[in-house]
Structure formats: C-alpha cells, structure tokens
Design a protein. Sequence first.
Length: 184
Amino acid sequence: MKLKANLKFVLFFKLDQKVMLRRLTKRAQQSKNKRYDDKNPDIQLKRIKAFMDSTEIFNVYKPDKFKEISAQGSISKVFNKVKVLFTQEGMHQKNQVVFVMGGPGSGKGTQCKKIIKAYPKLDSFSCGDLLRAKAKEDSEEGRQLDEDMKQGKLVSSDITVRLMEEYMWKSSRSIFLIDGFPRN
C-alpha cells in the first residue's frame, strides 16, 4: 500500500522529563477515560525512557524537516508558536503529512485538537489511539499488542505503519497530522 501523502515536516514538542511526568500524573488524575498507561507510575517512567531512547530517529529529519517548539508554558502560548510555524510552512497544500512528536505528556494530542480546529482541511490521528483500538480487538494480534503496551514496550513500525495507511486511505482528507510517529 502506498502512502496517500508526502512528509512535510516533523513537529517536535520539546519538554523536560520531569514536566512530562508531572503532566502524565495530572492527566491520570483528571481524565475521564482512565488510561492504564497514565495511572501506573512504573509505566509512566518506562514510556518516558522509551521515548528518550528513541530520539535518535530525529536525526534523520534534521535540519530541513525537523521543526522544534518548546512545549513549556500554557496551551495557548504553545499553540501560538504552532500557528506561526504552520503559516510559514504553507499548510494549505494537499497531500502532506506532519509527524507530531514529543514525549508523553508534552501536549501533542492537545495541540493536534487545536490545529484541527484552526485548519479544518487537516485530519489528525494518534498512533497510540490506533494501537489501543487494535489492542481491544479479540484477535491474536490484538492480544499481543495489548500485552506489549501494558508492559510499556514500543510496537514495531511495521504494525504502526499498516494501521496508519489503513486510516489515511479511509479518510476523505489529504493533509494529516500524525501524533506519535516515528518512534524507532
């Protein structure tokens, strides 16, 4: 299956590990949909470590396709930086992908929701959401994904890419924000 769009850039939300942990803990306390990976301190630390161990992949995109924004500060302050970047990058063109990266709790999902609201021609999905949905399926693959994710392991890129492709081909849009990819 061929991807529906080309990579425009990687949007990286930079955030200190201590702030990531604090945000994850707060999200676990405030969330209506209690995610098992947020409420377990051991899993939180494993997720942060797995993210930090996977940042080498960013070098593939530096300097041309790697855009870094500090995730420190209020949601609005961070989003203002995102809007400036999206204007500079001409995010109205078709057949583009933006990988949205940052550690757990860096605000990727929150900012993606704001971006979609401001740029209605874009579509957005979280690789984590796709994987969690697949993990709920009563299948061998679903059960294995569920087990791996509960242990805080990274899922193979092959599985993640297949789920992304399926989502993109079903979408009526052709500009995508992809939250949480690539990881390895």
